[in-house]
Structures are given as structure tokens and as C-alpha cells.
Design a protein around this ligand. Structure first.
Ligand code: 13P
Length: 260
């Protein structure tokens, strides 16, 4: 049974005050929803807002906190980095790693993503490991190979138990922030490929348990169709997570499918 996840990646948006307003609004809008049927809701603000947002959602017990990145060493001479124990200290449960924006603009490699995943899991937190092809790669017919290779490298040497706990997000780069959603059957096909890759490198049991999300221009108008696919276990949302009303609608849309 895989409980769905709706995670909001706020990216480089929202000051502390704006973060407070957004999370308070989200709290109010999902307050009356049935907890049993509700997906796991995660918000991922910038580092400077993490503690404040964490303190606000702590009391609600219905929203989890996530960070957008981390470093794989716990402490030391690594200027500008933030470690997993520090993120844990402010109450986060999830950490996004390998987002295509980090791969593209900050040179994050599969090796670094793998090291980060190991550290996150060693500290009892949950990685949201992102993968996905660029438009160029899709047009060259390389989607399956690219995504498979990313997953194999990112999950290297993780135990079955660790993989079962992990979350993977398939985010085709060409669908991020473009308004162009990947057709649901195609997103489901790639996600099935990811699941079978997980089974190959780990076990069928781990593959059946790991949650695999879709990300890329997810909107309230697309969520129901996405969630009704056999292998899509939720969404990692950028733009539509910055507005409390649309984020709440995504949570409600996901409730139509409670578990897979
Ligand atoms: P958008 O929902 O804005 O396309 O962003 C998706 C994303 O990158 C989430 O991590």
C-alpha cells in the first residue's frame, strides 16, 4: 500500500513573512479534510524559512516539512552548505535531491545525489530523488535510457529497506515550469520503467513500496487524471504549490485515490 504524496517545491520563492502566510493559508484550507484519506502533504520552503514553517506545521500534524537540498557531510569546512542533521534539527522529514535545476545550474551529479541519499537515509529522513530527461534527450529517443541510468546511479548501494522508504520523482525537464504537462499515460509508462528498474537493482518488494511521483506543470485540472494512473503515487509541484488555493485543490484531487 503506497500512501500518495503531494509535495510543494517552493523553489527560490517566498520570504519568511510570505512563507508564514502561505503555510497558514494551506493549513486552514486542508484543516477539515479526512486525515485517513488525505495524502501525505509536504511543503519545501527555502532554508531560511524552514524553521519558521516547521514550527507552524508542527502543531497541525497534517503537513510535513521538506528541504530542497542538503550536503552529504554532517559538518566541516564546506562553506555555504547545509547538512542533514541541521535540516533534521528544524523538523524536516523530507529532502529533495537531484532536482533538474540543481543538476543543470549547480552541476549536481548522480554521484553526489547518491551520497546525499545515503546520508539522508542514515539520519532517518526521506530523500525525494528527482530524475528526468531534457527535451533534446526526449526528441533523440533517449528518455528511457537517461532515466534508467539516473536511477541506477542515484540508488547505488542503498539497501532494500532504504529504497522502500525513498521517494522518487519523475520530472521531465521540458514539462517543468512550461505549462506543458507530460501526458498521463506517458508519465505512467516512464514511472513503470522506473519501478521495474528499482526492482532490478533492489527487489520487487522495495519497488512495490517506493513512492514514485510525477512532477512538471501539475495543476488542479490535471491531478485527477494523473492520480488515476496505476503507478503515479502523487506529485511534486512547483508553480501551483505557491498558491494556497491551488495547492489545496491538488490535495483534494489526490484524495480521489487513497492508496495503491
Ligand atoms: P512546476 O510545477 O512549476 O512545473 O515545477 C515542477 C517542479 O520542478 C517541482 O519540483
Amino acid at each position: 500500500m503506497r500512501k500518495p504524496i503531494i509535495a510543494g517545491n517552493w523553489k527560490l520563492n517566498k520570504t519568511i513573512d510570505e512563507s508564514i502566510n502561505l503555510v497558514e493559508d494551506i493549513k486552514i484550507k486542508i484543516m477539515d479534510l479526512d486525515r485517513e484519506k488525505m495524502p501525505i502533504v509536504v511543503v519545501c520552503p527555502v532554508f531560511t524559512s524552514l524553521k519558521t514553517v516547521g514550527d507552524i506545521i508542527d502543531s497541525s500534524k497534517s503537513i510535513y516539512l521538506g528541504a530542497q537540498n542538503c550536503y552529504y557531510e554532517d559538518a566541516g569546512a564546506f562553506t555555504g552548505e547545509v547538512s542533514v542533521p541541521m535540516i533534521k534539527e528544524v523538523g524536516a522529514t523530507y529532502i529533495i535531491i537531484g532536482h533538474s535545476e540543481r543538476r543543470q545550474y549547480f552541476g549536481e551529479t548522480d554521484n553526489a545525489i547518491n551520497l546525499k541519499a545515503k546520508t539522508i537515509l542514515a539520519h532517518g529522513l526521506i530523500p525525494i530523488i528527482c530524475c528526468g530527461e531534457t527535451l533534446e534527450q526526449r526528441e533523440a529517443g533517449q528518455t528511457d535510457k537517461i532515466v534508467k541510468n539516473q536511477i541506477i546511479a542515484d540508488l547505488k548501494d542503498l539497501t532494500e529497506e532504504q529504497i522502500a522508504k525513498s521517494v522518487i520523482a519523475y520530472e521531465p525537464v521540458w514539462a517543468i515550469g512550461t505549462g506543458k504537462t507530460c501526458e498521463s499515460p506517458e508519465a505512467n509508462r516512464v514511472i513503470k520503467l522506473i519501478r521495474s528498474t528499482v526492482a532490478e537493482v533492489s527487489s520487487k518488494d522495495a519497488a512495490d513500496k517506493a513512492r514514485i511521483l510525477y512532477g512538471g506543470s501539475v495543476k488542479p485540472s490535471t491531478i485527477e487524471e494523473q492520480m488515476s494512473q496505476s503507478d503515479i503515487d502523487g506529485a511534486l509541484v512547483g508553480g501551483a504549490s505557491l498558491d494556497a488555493e491551488s495547492f489545496a485543490q491538488l490535495v483534494k484531487g489526490a484524495m480521489l485515490v487513497t492508496s495503491k
